[in-house]
Structure formats: structure tokens, C-alpha cells
Design a binder for this molecule. Structure first.
Ligand code: URA
Ligand code: CA
Length: 438
């Protein structure tokens, strides 16, 4: 086999065999196939696409490029949740303890944030003392003991994807559904869960800005999961505005604690409940949706979900008293209000801009190697549909200095659209894809 012939074959729109795909990925991983040939293949895939068999083969070749985690030592069906990336997406912090308190083992590997979206590990590390650099033995032992652990993703899982993603990033080949789907699913499959609940975001702050693309990505990922014997369900969810009110690491931990106390934002809670129901159903912890919904509600109301969050924090070295006293979390020294430019209704919040503003303040990463700050970010006061009076506060900026706060006030104000008439309401859950929809 020659890389040239396979590039040509894909460029002409033909399907590659499983062996051909494996040859390419294995060769690339070993360094036998250079970046320029891999980049050319990515560009051919970008234009010609891949069918469902090819996409599954590509995924599994990337899984085989490195180690896989064996979660066999954990009893029960392990269900992982993955979001394609949103702004202010605090769901994992709420969901992990919530479904764990319902009996689902949560053994989750998470990433760090990049660009306008934050990462779960960065958020958790804003809790004083919290550590995500566990060994896999510690990780597994903790899930067996308290049902939940979240660790940073190790470089040994799907290394082919790591190189390929970096290559795609500089060759204008990120935005290809088969390449995105195989990239995400290879990391999830390598991390060892039995089933997956995918949260595919759509809207202005998401990777997939229009619904059709998001639905296609959801179907492609569900097809891969199904093909390789891991039951997979995807929800297509709204990211036309940031999720909840908080954007930023410690601010989102506070928001998660409030949500687990039943005092959180409605949109975040509703999304967590929907994703949680899917997780309980896939795990076999509930017979039907009604039972799943009741179980989640009961664990929230009884305080067991919050208690589980505390236990999880303590197990990973963190200060669990933040649960009772969120004021112990890092807080930025300067807080500035963003006033409404006019009276009316909020009809738009540019979540991409809000995410990038939070990143500029230091809550996120400009490059892979940037340091993130725990305390800075944005606290929205008004969301879509809210009535506002001129000069009323739309949001608070949490910054390290007054100058930094002032430097982004105008930008954040402009990311809000205020008009005379209220907008139509958008449901947080826009679609649900299972293997029956393929
Ligand atoms: N996230 C990933 O992990 N991979 C992609 O290709 C796109 C988003
Ligand atoms: Ca949030």
C-alpha cells in the first residue's frame, strides 16, 4: 500500500477499506507517513466525506493507536457523558455527583478548555486543593468506593487523534463531520465506558452553528458508538446563549453547588435532568423515563447529590467545605457592572463573544499552554427574554484589576442585543438521536 494511492482514491470520492484506513493511521502514528500526506488525506475527506463504515474504522484505528482504559474492575454499567463544547457549560459538575448518587458509576476523563469554551478540569481545579492527576488505579479505586471520579485525560489515549487534531487545526480541516465525530468518539471509546450520552451543542456559541449540522454530527457519533457495540444516545441542545449565568472556573463551581441545592438556573437544571435521565436509562438504573426523572429529583431534594459532590471533592484532595461555604472559592478582586444601553427585552447574547471575553480575562486558554485563572469570569444577570431598564445591570465582570474589567465592559455590553419586543423562547433540548434514527 502507498499513501499516495489512498489519498488519490479518497480524492476521487471512493471509499477506503478498513485495512487502508488502519494502514494510514498506524503509519502516521509511527511517523512513517509524514504530516503533508496526512493533511492531504484530511482535505480529501473534508471534500468527499466518509460513509459510516469508514468513519467507524477511522475511529477504531485511532483507538488502537494508544492505550485503552479497562474499567472492568468497576462493577455496573459505566456511562460517560460528553459535550461538544459550550460556553458556561457547567453540566458535568452537576451531573457527575447527581447520577452517581443514583447508583451509576461515573468514571470520567475530562479535558481542559481551549478558546471560547472552558474545561471541566480547569473548573474543578479552582476548588482549593483539588487534584485531577490521578493514576488509573486511584481513579478506579475511587469509583468503586464513592461511585465518582473525574481525572484529566492522559496523553496515552488515542495519541493519533492528538496529532491529527493539531494538524487539522493548521490545515483548515477541522470542520468535517467524519473527522470531528471520529476524533471525539476515539477518545471516549479509549476511556472505556460501556455507553455514551452525547450533548451536541448547536447555535451561535457552538462548533456546529446550525441545527442540521449538529444533527448530522449527532447521527454520525451515534452510528460509530452503535457500530462498535457501545450504546450511544445524543441530545442536540441549544447554545444560542451561554448556559446558566456563570462563565469562568470558580464562578461555575459556585453555580454547580447552587444547582445541586435546587437554587440554580433553570436552563442548566433542565439540561442536567435530561442528560441524567438518558444516563440512568443507558446504565439500566431506571426502567423508564418517569422513574429516571423521579430518581434524579429525589437525590436533589434529599441533598444526597450535593453530599456526593462533597465526597468527590474531598476524595480528590479538595476542600469540601466549599459546599456549605462557596465564599471559600477564589473570588476576583474587581467586579464591574455592565449596564443595559436601552430599555426593552434581551433578544440575543452572543455566546461566542461572551466566551472569548471570559477567556481574555484569563478564565480560558488562548493557546494550549496558557495558564488559566480560577477567579475571573462573567456573571450574567439577564438572559434571553428578560425585561431590562436602561442602565440596569446586564452582567458583572470579575477581573484581576479595574483596568482589565473596564477594558472588556464595552465588548460584553455589545454582545447583548436589547430590543422592544421579547424574543421567541427556544427549548434547551432541540433533538434526540438514538440508533433507531440512523
Ligand atoms: N473536539 C474534538 O475532540 N475533536 C474535533 O475534531 C472537534 C472537537
Ligand atoms: Ca454556567
Amino acid at each position: 500500500m502507498r499513501p499516495y494511492d489512498l489519498i488519490l482514491k479518497k480524492r476521487r470520492g471512493q471509499s477506503l477499506t478498513d485495512e487502508e484506513i488502519d494502514f494510514f493511521i498506524a503509519g502516521y502514528t509511527k511517523g512513517d507517513i509524514p504530516d503533508y500526506q496526512m493533511a492531504a488525506l484530511c482535505m480529501a475527506i473534508y471534500f468527499q466525506g466518509m460513509d459510516s463504515r469508514e468513519t467507524s474504522a477511522l475511529t477504531m484505528s485511532m483507538v488502537r493507536s494508544g492505550q485503552t482504559l479497562d474499567l472492568g474492575a468497576i462493577a455496573g454499567r459505566k456511562i460517560d457523558k460528553h459535550s461538544t463544547g459550550g460556553v458556561g457549560d457547567t453540566t458535568t459538575l452537576v451531573l457527575a455527583p447527581l447520577v452517581a448518587s443514583c447508583g451509576v458509576p461515573v468514571a470520567k476523563m475530562s479535558g481542559r478548555g481551549l478558546g471560547h469554551t472552558g474545561g471541566t478540569i480547569d473548573k474543578l481545579e479552582s476548588i482549593p486543593g483539588f487534584r485531577a492527576d490521578l493514576s488509573t488505579a486511584q481513579f478506579i479505586e475511587q469509583v468503586n468506593r464513592i461511585k465518582v471520579s473525574v481525572m484529566g485525560q492522559t496523553a496515552e489515549l488515542a495519541p493519533a487523534d492528538k496529532h491529527l487534531y493539531a494538524l487539522r487545526d493548521v490545515t483548515a480541516t477541522v470542520e468535517s463531520i467524519p473527522l470531528i465525530a471520529s476524533s471525539i468518539m476515539s477518545k471516549k471509546i479509549a476511556a472505556g465506558a460501556d455507553g455514551f450520552v452525547l450533548d451536541v451543542k448547536t447555535g451561535q456559541g457552538a462548533f456546529m452553528q446550525n441545527f442540521q449540522d449538529a444533527e448530522d454530527l449527532a447521527k454520525t457519533m451515534v452510528a460509530i458508538g452503535t457500530h462498535v457495540g457501545r450504546e450511544t444516545v445524543a441530545l442536540v441542545t441549544d447554545m444560542s446563549q451561554p448556559l446558566g449565568y456563570a462563565i469562568g472556573n470558580a464562578l461555575e463551581v459556585k453555580e454547580a453547588i447552587a444547582t445541586l441545592k435546587g437554587e440554580g438556573p433553570d436552563d442548566l437544571l433542565e439540561l442536567c435532568l435530561h442528560l441524567g435521565q438518558e444516563m440512568l436509562l443507558l446504565a439500566g438504573q431506571a426502567d423508564d423515563r418517569r422513574h429516571a426523572a423521579d430518581a434524579l429529583q429525589q437525590k436533589l431534594e434529599s441533598g444526597e447529590a450535593l453530599e456526593c459532590f462533597g465526597e468527590f471533592i474531598a476524595a480528590q484532595g479538595g476542600d469540601r467545605s466549599v459546599i456549605e461555604r462557596p465564599e471559600l472559592l477564589p473570588a476576583a478582586p474587581h467586579v464591574a457592572a455592565v449596564p443595559a444601553p436601552s430599555s426593552g427585552y434581551v433578544t440575543g447574547i452572543d455566546s461566542m463573544e461572551a466566551g472569548l471575553t471570559a477567556m481574555t480575562l484569563g478564565a480560558g486558554r488562548v493557546t494550549k499552554d496558557s495558564q488559566v485563572l480560577a477567579d475571573v469570569g462573567i456573571e450574567l444577570c439577564k438572559k434571553l427574554g428578560a425585561a431590562v431598564r436602561k442602565s440596569e445591570t446586564l452582567a458583572y465582570i470579575h477581573a484581576r484589576s479595574q483596568e482589565e474589567a473596564n477594558s472588556v465592559t464595552g465588548r460584553l455590553q455589545q454582545s447583548f442585543t436589547v430590543e422592544e419586543d421579547p424574543p421567541e423562547t427556544i427549548s434547551p433540548i432541540l433533538g434526540r438521536i438514538t440508533k433507531a434514527d440512523l
